[in-house]
Design a protein. Structure first.
Length: 162
């Protein structure tokens, strides 16, 4: 795997808290990043009435959003600003409620293209879905640049980055 800027644990934690802000799409939709590192990131979707389909199951789009958010975050905490190029989800079992946990790991770290895998599990620990995500690396930030970005996100909820 390629080298990357080492982002301090303190800055990584500040970033995690900032992206969990309800001002962002993921935070507003019940997604929280609970563990963030360059090797593995974990996030949880707390299902609500707004995340269910007409049959009462957690909507597949909510699960895809959870996986995309968590998989992208495993790269962002390296100081890499990424956008999703492509993803594929395989839904294995209906998620009927409660919390769905997603764990993402990097599989290929290239200069401009990265691939991550995500596994989603229900509260019983059963696999609900698996996904493969391909990201384009737009920019690689150093610690000071990442610090400025996190500070801006904390200050205005990320409005200036949208």
């Amino acid at each position: 795997m390629r080298e990357y800027t080492t982002i301090s644990k303190e800055l990584t934690e500040r970033y995690r808290q900032a992206i969990n802000n309800p001002a962002f799409f993921s935070g507003a939709n019940g997604i929280r990043i609970t563990e963030l590192s360059p090797e593995r990131t974990v996030g949880v979707l707390t299902a609500s009435e707004h995340s269910r389909n007409p049959r009462g199951l957690v909507h597949g789009g909510c699960l895809a959003t959870l996986a995309d958010t968590v998989a992208g975050s495993v790269l962002v905490c390296r100081g890499w600003m990424v956008v999703t190029l492509d993803f594929s989800m395989q839904y294995l079992k209906a998620a009927s409620g409660g919390a769905v946990t997603c764990t993402a790991t990097p599989r290929k770290l290239g200069r401009t293209i990265c691939v991550c895998e995500a596994t989603l599990t229900d509260e019983s620990g059963d696999d609900v879905a698996i996904g493969t995500f391909t990201f384009f690396v737009q920019q690689r930030l150093e610690e000071a640049e990442m610090l400025a970005l996190v500070g801006q996100i904390e200050q205005d909820g990320g409005a200036s980055q949208r």
